[in-house]
Design a protein around this ligand. Structure first.
Ligand code: BTN
Length: 260
């Protein structure tokens, strides 16, 4: 059977220092958190799996990850990479930009955008999600989990799922090379995180190039309540900016719904 991933190439072409590959795992984030707890991370640790049986999304959500999906987690020592804990909200946003750019190259001219805070949309349907987790006992370690629907087609999925989610192969009509998609996402992550760490990331401007929500009427649900208005993009801190009936409001967290 042909190997699904060319691991030596991923190692050679990206900034990861160590790769843990599993044919199947419950969640790459869970495994990355466990491994990062036990060892020093002098270079980023990549945990990669061909399939997850208990993939996790944000909140209580599950992440369906059958074979053909790209599911990985990157564990890194933030401060050692110039990324103090205070920069992690931005680090999570620039990871979305990295995924978005890597996917755009593969599906052009199809439309790929970031949906604040952590989703990537392809032709108005979700194609990728990001889950950031930390370890209480290792305060500098950040685990960035990325799930991308690549060759796991949604063509035969239930109608409600088909309306909200899509895979790259559904749009290109082709099976994509998972190693190439992975290497490209990791290369963009390295560039984006580097720019953030040296204070050269123009997050607000860069986000505006890729923002799915700008100009749309949106509603943000958070512990602070519901905020509704027209999205103006994000600010330098990464907060979502809405023009509401009572003026401009910033949203720091929450789940977003929008009108067509
Ligand atoms: C979301 O959109 O809610 C985030 C989804 C994140 C899914 C990825 S797949 C790899 C990593 N392992 C997990 O269990 N979750 C993340």
């Amino acid at each position: 059977m042909e190997a699904l991933f060319d691991l030596p190439a991923v190692h050679r072409e990206t900034f990861v220092g160590q790769i843990e590959y599993r044919d199947e795992v419950d969640s790459t984030n869970t495994l990355a958190l466990a491994l990062a707890q036990q060892q020093e991370l002098s270079a980023p640790l990549l945990v990669l799996s061909a399939a997850q049986t208990g993939g996790r999304g944000r909140g209580e959500n599950r992440w369906w990850s059958s074979r053909g999906a790209l599911t990985f987690s990157l564990a890194l020592d933030g401060p050692a990479h110039g990324l103090p804990v205070s920069s992690w909200p931005q680090a999570s946003l620039v990871t979305g930009l990295a995924v978005c750019q890597a996917l755009r190259k593969r599906v052009a001219p199809a439309d790929v955008r970031v949906k604040w805070p952590n989703d990537v949309y392809l032709e108005q349907r979700k194609v990728a999600g990001i889950l950031i987790e930390t370890i209480a006992s290792r305060p500098g370690i950040i685990v960035v989990g990325v799930g991308v629907n690549v060759n796991n087609s949604f063509v035969d999925a239930p109608a409600e799922l088909r309306e909200s989610a899509v895979a790259l192969c559904d749009v290109t009509g082709q099976t994509l090379d998972l190693s190439r998609v992975l290497a490209s996402v990791l290369q963009h992550m390295e560039d984006e995180l580097k720019a953030l760490s040296i204070g050269r990331h123009r997050l607000r401007e860069r986000w505006s190039e890729f923002c799915f929500l700008t100009g749309r009427r949106v509603q943000v649900d958070s512990v602070a309540g519901i905020t509704a208005g027209v999205c103006q993009g994000i600010d330098d801190q990464g907060a979502l900016v809405l023009e509401t009936d009572s003026g401009v409001q910033r949203c720091l967290a929450g789940s977003v719904s929008w009108q067509e």
